[in-house]
Design a binder for this molecule. Structure first.
Ligand SMILES: Cc1cc2nc3c(=O)[nH]c(=O)nc-3n(C[C@H](O)[C@H](O)[C@H](O)COP(=O)(O)OP(=O)(O)OC[C@H]3O[C@@H](n4cnc5c(N)ncnc54)[C@H](O)[C@@H]3O)c2cc1C
Length: 469
């Protein structure tokens, strides 16, 4: 006999588990089905594992240059096993926490792979080999997330040719690492291993690293990559990889000036993620899946089929955990009959490179293209006492404003703690604040946040600690 719920959430990643928790809080009888581990890509091999490695690699780099400030480290080395064990502990704690939160809020968990067999029913192949049918009286939420894109010529083998999933679990530091794809994931993880000792080569198809991100910000990160010794090939196509008997790999590429072979020990393919919408019965029950594999939904997370919702990576870009979580909350509230909707002004985006890049809203180029009379205000971290005391003076905060009204259209930060500073920027956009609102707000001294105040003041031509342009 099929078990009946009011709501079935398919997928227990940041979108799915948040949705199921909120449904539980709202008194909706819910089950959350997960085929691998609760927490999804984010907790198991995405956001959190990568940030653990990034913070370790940052510490390692800092320790190397400690003598400059009187902290002399005599002997220092990387213990990849200890690093991985530490990272795994964090993951376990967080994924265990998600299970506890689901149960604590009244949502049931069901471990197995689900497939829609009707508009209101899911068949689940459970982890212990059984087949169960669960039915929903109100809603089915598709939250199956995304998976790594593989490219021809680079078949993953888990050791020498790998994706991000394997890259966050390497128990050694490759001597030479080639990263295919100069986007967010490639540069974050490439830089980790570069700082831990790998010789890094980045191969990028387009003419820039981090396409779509404020160009001036990207330049700062590119400078740091090169300072650490990276070789960067833009406008270069990765053609294939040949594994050699000695354990190394030859990567064939076509650069602007012709074919080239790059020798390395590990190739990380990081060309993006694709929605996980295949084989889960969507088309069979009439749910629209677009050409790219996304399952589009409206501002209330509703797909074209009444009672079927989609959230998170599978529903469309930006493929970010915080966007998935917010959609999960909205979706749960809609299912519970509340007047909720995806009405946010902005979704912050962060690149956890060194330095970090964080942005909200329009870039300078995009604002001009939209016809705004743009006034930019910039404040470099090099002008801040606080940045000097933490030895992180690279980068700047840039406010993009509408000159006539002073309204802030976008904020782009490259530098220390950009990932934390950007939350203020998101609030600025959500509140439709003006540069003056920010400039008039007292930011405590000495903090990195002062760069926000100075950049907004610079947009008004009245910055104190930097020259007004
Ligand atoms: C290396 C890396 C670093 C990242 N870093 C960041 C970051 O710093 N910040 C950020 O915001 N985002 C980051 N992301 C992106 C982030 O991980 C995703 O945006 C986020 O996990 C999406 O959440 P989701 O719930 O939509 O999907 P997912 O996290 O993909 O979860 C979907 C879940 O559904 C399960 N599932 C799929 N099909 C089925 C089925 N048929 N039955 C049952 N269960 C199923 C999967 O096992 C998975 O657990 C990163 C991604 C990667 C790869």
């Amino acid at each position: 006999m099929a078990k009946s719920y009011e709501a079935i959430v398919l997928g227990g990643g940041p979108g799915g588990y948040v949705c199921a928790i909120r449904l539980g809080q709202l008194g909706v009888k819910t089950v959350c089905i997960e085929s691998e581990e609760y927490g999804g890509v984010c907790l198991n091999w995405g956001c959190i594992p990568s940030k653990a490695l990034i913070s370790a690699s940052h510490l390692y780099e800092k320790a190397h240059s400690g003598a400059e400030i009187g902290i002399v480290v005599e002997s220092i080395r990387v213990d990849s096993n200890a690093l991985q064990d530490w990272k795994d502990k964090i993951v376990k704690k967080l994924t265990g926490g998600v299970r506890t939160l689901l149960k604590g809020n009244g949502a049931e968990i069901l471990e197995g792979t689900g497939k829609l067999v009707a508009k209101n029913a899911v068949e689940v192949k459970t982890k212990d080999g059984k087949t169960e049918r669960v039915e929903a009286t109100k809603a089915i939420v598709i939250a199956t997330g995304s998976a790594t894109i593989e490219i021809p010529g680079f078949a993953f083998d888990g050791e020498r040719i790998i994706g991000a999933r394997e890259a966050v679990s390497l128990r050694h530091v490759p001597k030479r690492l080639v990263v295919i794809g100069g986007g967010v994931i490639g540069l974050e993880l490439g830089m980790v291993y570069q700082k831990l000792g790998s010789e890094l080569t980045v191969v990028e198809l387009t003419d820039t690293l981090l396409p779509g991100i404020d160009k001036e910000c990207v330049k700062v990160v590119e400078r740091k990559l090169k300072k650490l010794g990276a070789t960067i090939h833009t406008e270069t196509k990765a053609e294939g990889a040949d594994k050699k008997p000695d354990g190394t790999v030859s990567v064939r590429v076509t650069t602007k000036s012709g074919p080239q072979v790059i020798e390395c020990d590990v190739v990380l393919v990081a060309v993006g993620m694709k929605p996980r919408s295949k084989g889960i019965g969507l088309e069979d029950v009439g749910v629209t899946v677009d050409k790219r594999g996304f399952v589009p939904s409206d501002d209330q997370a509703k797909t074209n089929v009444p009672g079927v919702y989609s959230i998170g990576d599978v529903s469309g870009p930006p493929m970010l955990a915080h966007k998935a979580m917010k959609e999960g909350e909205v979706c749960a509230e809609v299912i519970a009959g509340h007047a909720a909707g995806k009405d946010w002004v902005t979704v912050p985006a962060i690149v956890f490179t060194d330095p970090e890049i964080a942005s909200v809203g329009l870039t300078e180029e995009a604002a001009k293209a939209e016809g705004y009379e743009v006034k930019v205000g910039k404040s470099p971290f090099a002008a801040l006492g606080r940045a000097m005391t933490i030895r992180e003076t690279d980068g700047f905060v840039k406010f993009v404003t509408d000159k006539p009204s002073g309204r802030v259209l976008g904020v782009h930060i490259v530098g220390p703690a950009a990932s934390d500073l950007v939350s203020e920027a998101a609030l600025i956009l959500e509140m439709a604040a003006s540069a003056e609102d920010v400039a008039l707000t007292i930011h405590p001294h000495p903090t990195l946040g002062e760069a926000m105040m100075e950049a907004s003041a610079a947009a008004l031509g009245k910055a104190i600690h930097v020259a007004n342009r």
